[in-house]
Design a protein around this ligand. Structure first.
Ligand code: BES
Ligand code: ZN
Length: 456
């Protein structure tokens, strides 16, 4: 084991420069202009897998390709399915980047580029650790299967189809995903829970055209008034969501979980600084950290309608639209939440207004068994590489593939994030701390050795 870590320590600059090559490819899945770059990037990943010693192959899909590689040494060893995504978010707004998003640059110990932390930098740690094991020992202590997709940032359905049709190929004992974060600066974490999500759009249609608000005002329902009222009814002043039945399937935190939350360091002042706000707000009876990770939410993501240009305009607008997402916790069911949301909004929609409700993606929340042997093994690996034991946390975000692994492949997932929530994911000046990238690579190398012990 030590020889692998020594090798990784002595070749850190090479790994970083290879990561820069990966980051130079603008693999933006959302924009069809970049299809050739998506192909180039998939091929780069395939080659990198082969250089690491995996047998790799590209699987075309209806959308962007999936890259899959494996290294099966002995069917008696545990098999680990590693997942990552090579696509990145669009870099806009470009003028807010200090240096161009696809020209990686190290400044003050941070490597800046789109995808540096989400997810190229994080997934590449696993390829480098596999390569190091193969180079130094000629073999890995576990079987590995590596699945790198190109549609995570656009929520493509092609991956689920691939999982459904390649069950045998992907058969494994546990999955590993590095697409979350450490708990805080210098506090590594293993994420044991993620919130689920449902997303919807409400469209209201009032009069067939914008009307003079003096001539017609007071005589028919105004769709913007109606939508504002309907949306305003969703969350009470005490932070409780007002949709009937919304909390029916919400599991409260257990006594042990409450203790774990209480033991985590949390500074309200630092938190407010991070988000750039002057006060917290949320459901009464819960702490900020609990509200952010273990309680359900209902948020309007955007609302449009009527005139918002310069100066006044006296109209009753004809239309109004809102986008809404709810974050879910165990054991809320996405379809049930959407049904409840739809009927609550519809029942509060005034006569004369046409109500349309469109449903988008959804996934359930996820919690990992904190007593699992896989988790204990992962904790040891993280502790060795980061110099201190990871805290176990729940995160507020959602990673639908984790649910797909459970539901389609029957696999539990270890969420091992090396980056930080402050790395500007999805924002300008995305970066990864060079030290986090390196420690992640060491943790990944230790992980194979620790997971190998689980069934022996
Ligand atoms: N990696 C994030 C989720 C994340 C980030 C979890 C940090 C925990 C800590 C992921 O790429 C993401 O942004 N997911 C989306 C999913 C949605 C579009 C279905 C989310 O949570 O909004
Ligand atoms: Zn993302």
């Amino acid at each position: 084991m030590q020889n692998v870590l020594d090798h990784l320590n002595s070749t850190r600059d090479v790994a970083l420069s290879e990561l820069c090559d990966f980051l130079r490819i603008p693999s933006i899945s959302a924009d069809s202009k970049y299809v050739p770059d998506m192909h180039r990037c998939a091929d780069w990943v395939r080659k990198s897998m082969e250089e690491a010693g995996l047998n790799a192959q590209i699987f075309p899909t209806k959308g962007h390709s999936i890259v899959y590689g494996e290294l099966i040494r002995d069917p008696g060893l545990p098999t680990v399915l590693v997942y990552g995504h090579y696509d990145v978010q669009p870099p806009d707004p470009l003028n807010l980047w200090t240096t161009p998003p696809f020209e990686p640059q190290v400044r003050a110990g941070k490597l800046f580029a789109r995808g540096a932390t989400d997810d190229k930098g994080q997934l590449f740690t696993h390829l480098k650790s596999i390569a190091a094991w193969m180079k130094v020992n000629g073999k890995l202590p576990v079987n590995v299967k590596v699945l790198i997709e190109g549609e995570e940032e656009v929520g493509g359905a092609n991956l689920d189809h691939f999982l459904e049709t390649h069950g045998d190929l992907l058969k494994a004992d546990v999955a590993v995903v590095s697409d979350t974060s450490q708990y805080g600066d210098g506090i590594p974490a293993i994420t044991c829970g993620l919130r689920g999500i449902v997303a919807a759009e409400v469209r209201l249609k009032g009069p067939s055209k914008d009307l003079h608000s003096g001539i017609y005002g007071g005589s028919i329902a105004n769709p913007v008034n109606a939508l504002a009222r309907m949306c305003g009814m969703l969350v009470g002043a005490d932070g409780r969501i007002q949709i009937p039945g919304f909390y029916d399937d919400v599991q409260e935190l257990t006594a042990i979980e409450l203790e774990q939350y209480a033991a985590l360091p949390f500074s309200e002042a630092d938190f407010l600084k991070e988000v750039g706000s002057s006060a917290t707000f949320g459901e009464a009876g819960y702490t900020t950290l609990q509200r952010r990770t273990a309680r359900p939410t209902c948020d309007i993501n955007g609302i449009v309608g009527g005139y918002t240009g310069e100066g006044p305009k006296t109209i009753i607008p004809s239309r109004a639209t809102a986008k809404i997402t709810c974050r879910l916790v165990p054991v809320m069911k996405p379809a049930k939440v959407l049904d409840a949301l739809e009927s609550f909004l519809q029942s509060n929609c005034p006569a004369g207004i046409e109500f349309e409700f469109k449903r988008f993606h959804g996934c359930e929340a996820f919690v990992f068994d904190p007593t699992s042997d896989w988790l204990t093994a992962a904790r040891k690996a993280v502790e060795t590489a980061f110099g201190q034991p990871p805290v176990l946390v729940r995160e507020g975000g959602s990673i639908p593939v984790v649910l797909s692994f459970k539901q389609i492949l029957g696999l539990d997932t270890l969420l091992l994030g090396w980056g930080r929530n402050s790395d500007n994911l999805h924002s300008p000046d995305e970066h990864i701390h060079v030290e986090d990238f390196h420690r992640g690579t060491l943790a990944s190398a230790c992980l194979w050795a620790e997971l190998a012990k689980v069934r022996s």
